[in-house]
Write a protein that binds this ligand. Structure first.
Ligand code: MN
Length: 231
């Protein structure tokens, strides 16, 4: 019975695909500390940690071009510019050799973070959910298909705030490459069409203020732009 839901059915969150169509969002996984210099700036040894993951709810995604309410409960909102992998076909225990076959395309996303909430969670051994998975915490540009952009493994990844570059790196600096990330993650969970994987951020994360405009670019993939409203 399609009409017996007792509350309104949530809409399927989606992102536009460059050239036409929509990519539906099922789950969002994020890789922690995947660029050495960012791991170091957060106080960790980049050489000795296997990849680890956290997640955001699907409806944390907001489209590029949005004007966003400044998040509550933080005095230290940080930007993290990331290459986003969009999964197109299902799989679990995927081998590295077959991993890229599961990819529909790529996008450019922001893993917005309440750094103060995260710092407290780390100190107390608590989950990161409300530091990472809050409303509108995953702004994302259009998805570009593999047919369109191939499998980008090198290229500049930058984030500017009000036109000033804050983060600057290269996809080639990723500690865990996309095939390794997919293979590793798929040992823990089944991946399925509609999953997004945010693949980590380069060094240079800084505080965002109300009124700031963020512009993230991944060379060869695209960009994401958002503006925070005054509080
Ligand atoms: Mn991140």
């Amino acid at each position: 019975m399609a009409d017996d839901y007792v509350v309104p059915v949530p809409a399927t969150v989606h992102l536009p695909v460059a050239g036409g169509g929509r990519f539906p969002i099922r789950r969002i996984y994020c890789v922690g500390r995947n660029y050495a210099e960012h791991a170091i700036e957060m106080g960790h040894d980049p050489d000795r940690e296997p990849p680890f993951f956290f997640s955001k709810p699907a409806d944390a995604v907001v489209a590029s071009g949005s004007a966003l309410r400044f998040p509550s409960m933080t005095d230290d909102l940080h930007h993290e510019i990331e290459l986003v992998v969009a999964i197109g076909t299902e799989g679990s225990e995927i081998s590295e050799d077959e991993a890229l076959d599961r990819v529909y395309g790529y996008g450019v996303g922001l893993d917005m973070t309440r750094r103060d909430v995260q710092a407290t969670a780390k100190k107390m051994g608590r989950p990161w959910d409300l530091a990472k998975g809050f409303d509108a915490s995953a702004p994302c540009g259009p998805i570009r298909s593999v047919t369109d952009v191939g499998h980008p493994s090198a290229g500049a990844i930058t984030l500017s705030v009000n036109g000033e570059v804050r983060q600057s790196g290269d996809l080639a600096q990723q500690i865990w490459r996309v095939p390794e990330v997919i293979a590793y993650l798929s040992r823990y969970v089944s991946l399925a069409p509609g999953d997004l994987i945010m693949t980590g951020t380069p060094a240079g994360v800084t505080r965002v203020q109300p009124g700031d405009e963020l512009n993230g670019v991944v060379e060869g993939v695209g960009e994401v732009n958002v503006r925070y409203l005054d509080r």
